[in-house]
Design a protein. Structure first.
Length: 126
């Protein structure tokens, strides 16, 4: 079996989890702004946007929860592997790490695109 060091993985995991936590807080703020729109505009067009963004925020929160769970699982797996093999892990875990990195980068792009879309909607209705 092939092994590799685990030096950068823990840093990545921590960085991703902190970023996800930041995005969750940002969604809290965006949802409050959405409620302001509801209180000021109840026309069909405005409400269609409200529903769209409520759905998107819910979907992305779910995606964040799933990704956090996967990151935490991987952290535990890498930690156990490092304990068993004197600070090293199975090389196959690097592939899993790369998949998590891809998932995180995809989430980041979606969140940024959604934020940009929401800001356009906000400027129209506030």
């Amino acid at each position: 079996m092939s092994y590799t060091t685990v030096t950068h993985l823990g840093h990545d995991h921590l960085e991703w989890l902190k970023s996800i936590e930041f995005y969750e807080g940002e969604f809290d703020i965006l949802e409050k702004r959405l409620q302001e729109i509801v209180s000021k505009n109840n026309g069909a067009e405005a409400m269609a946007g409200v529903e769209h963004f409520q759905n998107q925020f819910m979907i992305q929160r779910n995606n964040m929860d799933e990704l956090k769970h996967s990151i935490n699982e991987h952290t535990g797996k890498v930690s156990e592997d490092a304990k068993k093999h004197m600070g090293k892990m199975e090389a196959g875990s690097v592939g899993e790490h790369d998949q998590l990195k891809d998932r995180f980068q995809t989430l980041e792009k979606i969140v940024n695109d959604l934020r940009h879309e929401f800001n356009g909607y906000l400027s129209k209705w506030m």
